[in-house]
Design a protein around this ligand. Structure first.
Ligand code: N01
Length: 563
């Protein structure tokens, strides 16, 4: 017996699962999470006739849009592109109201999809998966929920999201605070009113940048604690006209195809044809002006080398820094808001509505904590730089344990009792972001090693769901009992993901893409930066070659009856 096997045998979960398998309810597939990935998975798996159960810890569908209810929450991909494409009826009938949909509208859309496709009957809400253990004798997983129930499934699909493990830093004295605390990623369902209150916001990432202008408009006084300034581009959100919607709907099949097959990030927009240094400074400035006025993420596609060449990147970064200086009246505050320590775009670029202008308000103060970290939370507020700031409420906009955090919360035990946490001790390793060696019959949606957070998530979700469901159909038709990424295929893919990442400027930032926001987390660039079009082709080629790089083994005598 190896050490890991011994550890597995000693695990109460492993022992109990063997003992209780007789009572376990059996499914072909268990899906963890009922966000956009879990919902579409359920729809497709039903279409294949596979018995499926979805477990969701929230009380409703929508995933990230169910949890992130903070004021000002809004998508940064345009509504006409941030939506499912799998049903033409759905995309024709649904009407978006704004260029960038706000959280309530996206959640309404998720609920509409759940109702329209009658999904709820196979989703078990308010249920968290605590462990999933692979049984090598049966090639099946035993899945345990937080209420102690056990289930058996041939396949487990982790549709747990990439930014779903909200993280409040372990501040000393946190529980002593007498006022209310909030985390943007875990916002209450009832409305929160900051009118007349002294509010502190910790963090200046996307969530803070969206919520700060809304909170400032309500609060008596708002104090923002900034460790690292972010680059933010105006969203220039506006209502959508019926004609604009019609122009998309009339051409949806072709536009969706282009987003899938011809773009790097799953978003259609004019493709840049030249590098930033090929233009004169005057022409470059004119182009940045046009993109700035248009608003949105396309600013970063002004030129084709902004993510590749520091010199090119500097031109865009300097343009935005100058804009900040123009917008913020107090030069000292403007200077603090200007990012200088990483290339623009290498931390996820933000979109805002009146963010910089908010710092011109009399009731808003910016506190730089770069060199004076928050020392502790006190009953009345917090201390930084030896000074106490008093608040009625503190909002932590401190981000997530991204990409791997939601898997880390589940005890996932594969072959030889090895846990995924142990396997990923030096950073996540996958084959195509879809499977992990040593964890047969477990799939990951938009996991590390796939384009995921670098893309329009719904485009990437649909690609993964389609690939996996086609794969499950193939396995069933060919009587395959277990599918597992081979070690050489995984090693090769991990090396490739790293190689392409390090050709770009991305690894130069201390970002959550790198795991740098979590103390002690191994720092590796987690998403695949090769582009959704390239990645899709790679996945399709792998499938066309009979799932090259995966070991497929024949079905064992079905143990289901005994389970
Ligand atoms: O989280 P973040 P987020 N003391 O990690 C600071 C997506 N999203 O929720 O940069 C003090 O970006 C931290 O400082 P630093 C989007 O992909 C999308 O805002 O680490 N400060 C940072 O300022 C986004 O990128 C949308 O130095 C601390 C902030 O907290 C991702 O979600 C909207 C600290 C965290 O920023 C995450 O965004 C919202 C500490 N101990 C989110 N620890 C849209 O679609 C952390 N910070 C528009």
């Amino acid at each position: 017996m190896t050490d890991v096997q011994r550890k597995a045998a000693a695990s109460p979960i492993a022992n109990n699962s063997a003992a209780n398998n007789s009572a376990a309810k059996s499914y072909d597939v268990i899906v963890v999470g009922a966000g956009f990935a879990g919902m579409y998975l359920l729809h497709r798996l039903r279409g294949l006739g596979l018995s499926t159960r979805v477990f969701e810890q929230g009380s409703g569908v929508g995933g990230t849009w169910y949890w992130n209810r903070y004021p000002g929450a809004r998508c940064d991909i345009e509504s006409m592109q941030y939506s499912y494409s799998f049903s033409n009826e759905l995309q024709q009938e649904w009407e978006w109201t704004e260029r960038f949909a706000a959280q309530p509208e996206i959640l309404k859309y998720a609920n509409h999809v759940a109702d329209r496709f009658n999904l709820r009957s196979d989703i078990q809400f308010n249920t968290r998966i605590v462990s999933t253990v692979f049984n090598e004798d049966t090639d099946r997983w035993t899945v345990t929920t937080d209420d102690g129930q056990r289930y058996s499934a041939q396949h487990v699909i982790m549709a747990t999201g990439t930014l779903s493990n909200a993280r409040t830093p372990d501040f000393k004295g946190l529980s002593s605070f007498k006022g209310k605390t909030y985390h943007t990623g875990h916002w209450p369902h009832e409305s929160v009113d900051f009118t007349g209150l002294r509010v502190g916001v910790v963090g200046t990432g996307s969530s803070a940048i969206q919520s700060i202008p809304v909170i400032a408009a309500q609060a008596k006084h708002l104090t923002v604690f900034q460790r690292t300034p972010n680059f933010s581009i105006p969203a220039r959100n506006h209502d959508l006209t019926p004609d604009y919607q019609k122009s998309w709907k009339d051409d949806y099949p072709e536009l969706r195809r282009r987003a899938r097959e011809e773009t790097r990030n799953g978003v259609i927009g004019a493709l840049p044809t030249k590098g930033a240094l090929e233009d004169t400074p005057e022409d470059r400035h004119k182009l940045y002006d046009i993109e700035w006025e248009r608003g949105g993420l396309h600013f970063m596609s002004s030129y084709n080398n902004l993510a590749l060449s520091k010199e090119a990147n500097d031109t865009a970064a300097e343009y935005v820094r100058n804009k900040i200086a123009e917008m913020v009246k107090d030069p000292a505050v403007a200077k603090l808001l200007q990012p200088t320590t990483y290339p623009i775009g290498t931390k996820r670029i933000c979109l805002d509505t009146d963010y910089y202008d908010t710092f011109n308000r009399d009731n808003v103060t910016l506190v730089d904590i770069r060199n004076a970290p928050i020392e502790q939370i006190t009953p009345n507020g917090l201390i930084t730089g030896g000074k106490e700031y008093e608040f009625d409420a503190i909002v932590f906009a401190t981000g997530f344990d991204a990409m791997t955090g939601s898997f880390a919360k589940v005890e996932i035990r594969g072959r030889d009792g090895l846990t995924l946490k142990e396997k990923w001790a030096e950073g996540p390793k996958t084959y195509l972001g879809l499977m992990v060696t040593g964890f047969p019959n477990m799939f990951f949606i938009t996991g590390p090693g796939s384009p995921s957070v670098l893309s329009n998530m719904i485009v990437s979700i649909e690609q993964h769901v389609d690939w996996i469901t086609d794969c499950l159909d193939y396995l069933r038709k060919n009587k395959i009992g277990a599918m597992e990424a081979t070690q050489p295929a995984e090693d090769h893919w991990v090396a490739h993901v790293n190689e392409v990442a390090f050709k770009t400027l991305y690894p130069q930032a201390n970002s959550w893409y790198m795991g740098a926001n979590i103390p002690g987390k191994p720092q590796v660039f987690m998403p695949y930066i090769g582009g959704v079009h390239v990645y899709r082709n790679t996945c399709n080629e792998v499938a066309a070659k009979g799932y090259e790089g995966f070991a497929l083994t024949a079905e064992k005598q079905r143990a289901t009856a005994a389970e």
